[in-house]
Design a protein around this ligand. Structure first.
Ligand code: PEP
Length: 279
């Protein structure tokens, strides 16, 4: 569909999004509203965010409302610096899948990003790595940018299985994705024990896993492509801990749950990300 001039800097050509300089990945702040906000609430929120942020070349912003608010939020952000993401999709193109939404339906609403494999989808709705992988392919096939979520449970961290779990989720989640499509992939490392709990990984703990993920991406896609892929942190990222997390070399932004539901906290996170580049 025509792009209608939306989403400055977020068009799908990788060359318009990233420079090739490793230290110059433009950070991304993505808001995951989960099952919150009606369309009416969503319009109000994005208008407040857009008015506060204006146009900022140092940071990209994606808002992921519930499906029911995508159309209204999409219209409200037209011509702004904000882009539209969805929280899920089905891997099939169409058919008898009651209650599901396909990639082309999202594209038709000018959605550019889609969260895949969020821990709530994995744990509450039983999504496994193979399903997650099919969804990644469905997204890429429709030129949607998948935000692939990976992360360990508390018991797995305590059993020293973090890297093993993350390796499995990244490798299986991206199985069969060719290097030519690497620039469209975004990873979100979200330790499950930090999601919605107020507990955050320390910057050093998060960086260790992010660096490991970049190593896995290097093995699959080569160093140059891996250096361009955004790896977001998610898990109770808030204005008071964001600067330290975003200062880490391989933390390229945030996937934000709770703090994305209010303009003030979300805009503060956008400013932190922008500052992490500028300063
Ligand atoms: C999330 O669910 O992706 C998330 C990071 O949530 P929160 O920021 O509320 O921990």
């Amino acid at each position: 569909p025509p792009r209608r001039g939306r989403s400055l800097g977020l068009k799908l050509s990788p060359l318009t999004i990233y420079t090739t300089n490793m230290s110059k990945r433009t950070p991304l702040i993505a808001g995951n509203w989960k099952m919150n906000k009606t369309a009416t609430d969503g319009i109000e929120l994005v208008k407040a965010i857009s008015a506060a942020v204006g146009i900022d070349p140092n940071v990209n912003i994606v808002l992921c409302p519930p499906f029911t608010a995508l159309s209204a939020v999409g219209a409200a952000i037209e011509g702004s610096h904000l882009a539209l993401g969805a929280q899920n999709l089905h891997d099939k193109t169409n058919g008898a899948f009651t209650g599901e939404i396909s990639a082309s339906m999202l594209r038709d609403l000018h959605v550019t990003h889609v969260i895949i494999g969020h821990s709530e989808r994995r744990s509450i709705f039983g999504e496994d790595d193979a399903f997650v992988n099919r969804k990644v392919h469905a997204a890429l096939g429709a030129t949607l940018r998948p935000i692939l979520c990976v992360g360990e449970l508390l018991a797995e961290r305590e059993a020293n299985q973090t890297m093993e779990v993350v390796r499995r989720q990244v490798e299986k989640g991206l199985e069969g994705v060719p290097a030519a499509k690497a620039d469209h992939v975004i990873i979100a490392y979200e330790p499950v024990w930090a999601i919605g709990t107020g507990k955050t990984a320390t910057p050093a703990m998060a960086q260790e896993v992010h660096a490991f993920i970049r190593k896995l991406l290097t093995q699959q896609f080569g160093a140059e492509s891996a250096a361009r892929i955004l790896i977001l942190y998610g898990g109770s990222m808030k204005p008071d801990n964001a600067d330290a997390l975003l200062a880490e070399q391989d933390i390229d932004g945030g996937l934000i749950g709770g703090a994305s539901l209010e303009a003030k906290s979300f805009v503060e996170l956008v400013r932190s990300a922008s500052k992490s580049v500028a300063g």
